[in-house]
Design a protein around this ligand. Structure first.
Ligand code: GLN
Length: 366
């Protein structure tokens, strides 16, 4: 029987969210929020964008960004990922916040032009790619859409959770997703994945060779996951080939600006509001957002949802992407991570903006 999305069981999550609002008044480097309007003269905007996004004033968004930036600028908690050696060397003081609204307005502050490796946030776009090529039901059947409650690289999850691949955002499910991309060979698989990410970003992204070389020669755990999945019949191309392409997709460079633009496609029903180009079917976006809500922040997904009510995705490069459907997308870059592998300031800043602008979709009072 074909898997039905209506049968999806969701685990009740009750993890307490430990956001510490660290307010510091010292050594604040004055930064101004820069806002840009997309050049809409040649662009056909999505007619489906909800009118309510227009009610978000430029002034309110600018204020929320500036406050989020100032409040957490001097928060030095967390630690760069170091299991990928190149990530340990990234300047941990870097901090940038970008917002792109579903109607194509851009607001940014801080280090928004600094490139960093997208890491696990790439999994969102590969999920979108396989969903376009197959269907939400096939994704649920071949990968899975449930939370693990375990770390993103957990082998225990593969051993104990019946779906094996678990969901598209833990490493096992992400490698399986990469393997599910229709391609004749590894080069074509990479080309399809990269072109898809470029389409989301509205520009040609480049590869962080240093991060790629650092990880591709040191990813034995991911290789082991892929071989284990093969033994369960849950990988859909050569496992090691898929692992290498997966590692490459994680090494693509983005900025917080790129993240916010890429996310705006999901906030805007599949149309990039800056380029006006449809990237994915509108019908697929709720499924992608649902997986982000369920598993985007791994074993703190419940804590994040509890605090913000929004779908989000993190990467160990220090990026975080949060989406308010129909309204806006937030991309933050700050390398130090918490124990779950999620950017500390990324979570603090994005949660602050969402709550400051009253954007929690579960709060019907606004
Ligand atoms: N490339 C990283 C890995 O496979 C991605 C992990 C992450 O960003 N959470 O471990």
């Amino acid at each position: 029987m074909e898997a039905s999305l209506a049968n999806t069981g969701r685990k009740p999550l009750s993890i307490l969210f430990a956001l510490s609002l660290f307010v510091s008044g010292c050594a604040f480097q004055q930064q101004e929020v820069v806002s840009t309007a997309a050049d809409t003269s040649t662009v056909q905007h999505s007619l489906t964008a909800p009118a309510s996004v227009a009610q978000l004033s430029d002034e309110n968004i600018q204020r929320a960004l500036k406050n989020a930036y100032t409040k957490f600028k001097n928060d030095q908690s967390g630690k760069n990922a170091d299991y990928i050696k190149a990530l340990a060397e990234v300047d941990s003081t870097l901090y940038g916040i970008s917002v792109v609204t579903a109607d194509g307005r851009i607001f940014e502050i801080g280090d928004v032009k600094t490139k960093f490796s997208i890491q696990s946030i790439s999994k969102v776009f590969t999920l979108a790619g396989i969903m376009q090529q197959t269907s939400p039901a096939i994704v649920q059947e071949k990968i899975g859409v449930n939370a693990t409650g375990l770390a993103f690289n957990s082998m225990i999850a593969v051993e104990t959770i019946p779906e094996r691949t678990v969901n598209p955002f833990v490493n096992a499910g992400a490698i399986a997703s990469t393997s599910l991309i229709e391609a004749a060979d590894s080069a074509q698989r990479w080309d399809v994945i990269k072109a898809n990410m470029d389409n989301f970003a509205g520009r040609e992204l480049d590869l962080n060779e240093q991060v790629y070389q650092s990880e591709v020669n040191d990813n034995l755990s991911n290789q082991a996951l892929s071989k284990r999945l093969e033994s369960y019949g849950r990988i859909y191309s050569d496992p090691l080939e898929a692992t290498t392409v997966y590692t490459r997709q994680c090494s693509v460079n983005v900025t917080s600006h790129d993240l916010a633009v890429m996310g705006s496609v999901l906030a805007n029903h599949g149309v990039n509001p800056i380029t006006g180009k449809r990237i994915i079917d509108a019908d697929n976006t709720p499924y992608i957002l649902a997986v982000m809500a369920t598993a985007g922040l791994y074993d703190n997904a419940g804590g994040w949802l509890y605090e913000t009510g929004t779908p989000a995705k993190s990467g160990v490069g220090g990026g975080i992407l949060a989406i308010v459907p129909g309204k806006l997308s937030i991309g933050v870059f700050s390398p130090p991570l918490d124990g779950y592998g999620n950017s500390v300031r990324g979570q603090l800043a994005a949660a602050y903006i969402i709550n400051e602008l009253n954007l929690n979709p579960y709060d019907a009072s606004h």
